[in-house]
Write a protein that binds this ligand. Structure first.
Ligand SMILES: [Zn+2]
Length: 469
C-alpha cells in the first residue's frame, strides 16, 4: 500500500487497516522481572519520592508489606527497549502501524492511556502481555494533521498467569504538515509579531537587583548597619537611617499576599488576563510581580509561590513567581478526611529537556521524538516532546504526593492534549470528584489536569483506595 493508493482508495485502505481488529497477539514476556534498579531510575526521573517504592523499612510498614513498583510503571516493564527482538511475537497493531507508515502517516502521538491495576507489582514479578487490536478509526482531521486513531488493549499477567492489570491505549498516526497552522481562537486577538516587554529602568541603586535576576538570584536590598531588608530599593535604611546599603540573596520562596487580574487596557507585550501579585517573601519583604503558570481563577491568597527568572531581552531577566510545589504528604489521608470538592494544591512541573529525555528512557520508551530534536521535527513536531508514560507517571506522582504514601491506585486514566515541549511549565491541579465504597474498599476519585502555556496537556482521573482511619 503506497500513499497514492491510500489517497485514491480510502475505503479499501481503511478496510485493510481494520482486517485484524479484534485479534490478539501471542503472549510476549518482559525482558526483565520487576526490579529495584528500574524502579529507582523511574522514581529519580519522575521526582517521585514515595518511600514504598525504594525504602524496604517504610515499605514493610505499608499496605503491601514489601517494596512495590510505582503502578504507573505498568507498561514500562514490557516495553521492547532500544534493541529490537527478532523473535518478538507479532502484535496485530504493529502491522497497522507499518501500513500507516508506508502510506505517509509517519507522525505519531499517543492520545489516551487507561491503566487498571488489579494488584501492585512486587520485586521478582515477571510480566507477560497479550495485545488486542480494538479499533482503527476513519481518517480524521486533527490539529496535528490528517490521520487515523489506533486503539489497543493490553492485558498484563504475572509468571503464575494471574491477571495483574490492563491498559487501554490510543495513538494518532498522522501525516506531518497537514495540520491546522494555528489555533484561530488564541491567535485572533494576538499580533503575530509581539513587541518586546519594556526594558526595566535601572540605575546605580537598582543595578544589583537586575544583575541578580540575570544570574538567577533574587536580591533584596539590605542595610549594612542593622540588617534590615527593604524593597523597592531606597537611599536610606527605613529602620536606622543608614545610607550604607548592600543586598541579600533571598530564597525566592513566599506566599501570595494579594493580587489583581488585569484585563484592559492590553499592552501588546503581555499575555492577558495578566495576574499581578503582591508576594510576601519568607524573609518578610513584599514585592509586586507577575504570577505565572496558573489560571487567574486558581489564585488563592496565601498560596505558596516560588520565583523564576523570565528572560525578556538578551541581557534582561525579570523575576516572576509561580505556584510552588508543596512537599509530599508524609501521612496518608483517610477516606473520612477527604470530601468531594477538596482541591489538591497546584504543582508546577518545569518541562526541561532533561526531564523529557530522562523520563522517556526511564519508561523504556526509545521513540526518537522523545529525545532527538531533528527527528522530532521531521515527523511534524516542533521539538522533542514528553511521552505518555511520563504524563501518567507525573500525574500519579502529583496525586500520590497529595494523598500520601499508603494510598493505593486502582486505576489511572489520562487523555493528552497540547504537547509538553522543552522550556514550558506544566501546572497540575485537581480535586476530589467522588467518594464511594467498592468491593470493601473506600475509594476517592480524583480528577486532575496538567496545563502548559498552550492549554491542557493532560486531563484524567484516578481511583484511590484510602485507609478508613
Ligand atoms: Zn539599618
Amino acid at each position: 500500500m503506497n500513499k497514492e493508493m491510500a489517497d485514491t482508495q480510502p475505503g479499501d485502505f481503511v478496510a485493510q487497516l481494520r482486517r485484524d481488529v479484534g485479534s490478539t497477539s501471542a503472549p510476549s514476556t518482559a525482558r526483565d522481572p520487576v526490579n529495584q534498579p528500574m524502579i529507582r531510575h523511574w522514581c529519580d526521573a519522575m521526582g517521585d519520592t514515595n518511600p514504598l517504592y525504594t525504602d524496604p523499612d517504610a515499605a514493610g510498614d505499608g499496605p503491601h508489606g514489601q517494596i512495590v513498583a510505582p503502578p504507573a510503571m505498568l507498561n514500562a516493564w514490557t516495553m521492547v527497549g532500544l534493541v529490537p527482538r527478532d523473535n518478538e511475537p507479532q502484535n496485530p497493531a504493529t502491522q497497522v502501524y507499518a501500513q500507516l507508515d508506508e502510506a505517509g502517516y509517519v507522525g505519531v502521538v499517543a492520545t489516551n492511556s487507561e491503566h487498571v491495576y488489579h494488584r501492585y507489582l512486587t520485586l521478582g514479578d515477571h510480566l507477560s502481555t497479550v495485545g488486542k487490536l480494538v479499533d482503527v478509526s476513519d481518517e480524521k482531521h486533527t490539529a496535528l494533521g490528517v490521520g487515523h486513531f489506533v486503539t489497543t488493549e493490553t492485558e498484563f499477567h504475572d509468571q503464575h498467569g494471574n491477571h495483574v492489570g490492563s491498559m487501554f491505549f490510543r495513538i494518532l498516526k498522522f501525516r506531518p504538515g497537514t495540520g491546522r497552522t494555528a489555533n484561530p481562537e488564541s491567535s485572533a486577538d494576538q499580533p503575530t509579531e509581539r513587541p518586546p516587554r519594556p526594558r526595566p529602568s535601572r540605575n546605580q541603586d537598582t543595578d544589583f537587583f537586575w544583575e541578580g535576576s540575570r544570574v538567577g538570584e533574587l536580591r533584596i536590598q539590605q542595610c549594612l548597619r542593622c540588617g534590615q531588608l527593604q524593597h523597592p530599593p531606597g537611599v536610606r535604611c527605613p529602620a536606622c537611617g543608614s545610607t550604607e546599603t548592600g543586598y541579600a540573596v533571598v530564597s525566592g520562596k513566599g506566599t501570595l499576599y494579594s493580587y489583581v487580574v488585569a484585563h484592559h487596557p492590553r499592552v501588546p507585550a503581555f499575555d492577558y488576563p495578566l495576574s499581578i501579585g503582591l508576594v510576601e517573601l519568607d524573609e518578610g519583604v513584599r514585592l509586586v510581580s507577575n504570577i505565572t503558570d496558573c489560571q487567574p481563577d486558581q489564585l488563592r491568597v496565601g498560596m505558596p509561590l516560588e520565583v523564576w527568572h523570565r528572560q525578556t531581552h538578551d541581557d534582561v531577566n525579570v523575576p516572576v513567581f509561580r505556584p510552588a510545589r508543596v512537599p509530599p504528604n508524609p501521612a496518608t489521608l483517610t477516606f473520612d478526611g477527604v470530601s468531594v470538592g477538596d482541591e489538591l494544591p497546584l504543582c508546577p512541573i518545569p518541562i526541561t529537556p532533561t526531564l523529557i529525555v530522562s523520563t522517556a528512557i526511564a519508561s523504556r520508551d526509545y521513540q526518537d521524538v522523545h529525545h532527538d530534536r531533528d527527528r522530532a521535527i521531521q515527523k511534524g513536531s516542533e521539538d522533542i516532546f514528553m511521552n505518555i508514560l511520563t504524563s501518567s507517571g507525573l500525574s500519579a506522582r502529583y496525586v500520590g504526593d497529595w494523598a500520601g504514601p499508603h494510598a493505593v491506585f486502582k486505576n489511572l486514566k489520562i487523555r493528552l492534549g497540547a504537547p509538553n515541549y522543552p522550556y514550558d511549565c506544566m501546572t497540575m491541579s485537581g480535586s476530589v470528584t467522588a467518594k464511594r465504597e467498592a468491593d470493601g474498599e473506600a475509594i476517592a476519585e480524583i480528577t486532575f489536569q496538567g496545563q502548559n502555556s498552550r492549554g491542557p496537556h493532560v486531563t484524567g482521573t484516578v481511583d484511590l483506595a484510602l485507609p478508613r482511619q
